[in-house]
Design a protein around this ligand. Structure first.
Ligand code: NAP
Length: 246
């Protein structure tokens, strides 16, 4: 894999924020490497933007190793793969759903970051961008599995900022509020009615709104580090306060 363009790696690029970010990074002049389990979806986007699609399961160490080895160099890493499963009280939480959230959002981000830090460093101008969530700032009833995982992912990411100080690697955390993607369908195990109700009566962010913000951070001059960017719909004040028009 070789290209004259700088390389940007996007995990979870098969849908939602990751897919939109891949498209916007491609338009901004990057050679984009798209990774996800549904690699055929990544391949269709890669064709549009002259990028590269590779299979990736961030919960599988062998898959992450093969993905890392297939990419020669990288200037930008977007840690985006993640999501939520279920909405249950602590008393009734499903251990398997917690494991999925921790494996995907937290350990997955650790594995991918470890695989790419040497390449980002070698580029002389690296950038780690991690999509956490306002769930990394807040907590809400029935959400401990997701808010806990996003807090842990954010701790990993924010710790990097200090550990990489003095190195040519920028570190940016993106904290979106409600974005209409496949997120709620995944959370509610394919229940599209339940998923649609999440966004009823309000105007959520689009995946492209978030992608535009990610690419803004990635295209600032090298000495400018946007540490954290929180973006929410105007209709959402916090993880629990929303305005719905009836
Ligand atoms: P989405 O449309 O469901 O996209 C999630 C992406 O993650 C998919 O491309 C999926 O790809 C990928 N993924 C899931 N498990 C994976 C695994 N084991 N290995 C590799 N890729 C995996 O949801 P989204 O809203 O765009 O979510 C993107 C990120 O934004 C997530 O980290 C999410 O927590 C965060 N976020 C979302 C919202 C929101 O309201 N939507 C708000 C704040 C933060 P495959 O299934 O093909 O593997």
């Amino acid at each position: 894999m070789s290209s004259d363009r700088p390389t940007a790696v996007v995990t979870g690029a098969s849908s939602g924020i990751g897919a939109a970010t891949a498209r916007r990074l491609g338009a901004a002049g990057f050679h984009v490497v798209l990774g996800a389990r549904r690699v055929e979806r990544c391949a269709a986007i890669a064709e549009e933007i002259d990028g590269t699609a590779l299979p990736l399961d961030v919960t599988d160490p062998d898959s992450v190793r093969a993905f890392g080895e297939a990419v020669d160099g990288a200037r930008v890493l977007v840690n985006n793969a993640g999501g939520a499963k279920g909405l249950a009280s602590v008393e009734h939480a499903d251990e398997q759903e917690w494991r999925w959230m921790w494996e995907t959002n937290v350990v997955g981000t650790l594995r991918i970051t470890q695989a790419f830090l040497p390449k980002l460093r070698a580029s002389g101008d690296g950038h780690v961008i991690t999509v956490t969530s306002i769930a990394a700032q807040d907590f809400y009833d029935n959400g401990a599995g997701y808010t806990g995982a996003k807090h842990a992912q954010a701790m990993l990411h924010r710790t990097l900022r200090g550990e990489l100080l003095g190195e040519p690697i920028r570190v940016t955390e993106i904290l979106p509020g409600m974005v209409e993607t496949e997120f709620s369908e995944v959370r509610f195990d394919g229940d599209t009615e339940k998923a649609a109700a999440v966004y009823a009566g309000l105007t959520p962010l689009t995946a492209d709104d978030v992608a535009e913000t990610i690419v803004f951070a990635a295209t600032r001059p090298s000495h400018v580090n946007l540490d954290q960017i929180v973006l929410k719909p105007r209709d959402q004040a916090s993880g629990t306060r929303r305005h719905r028009r009836t």
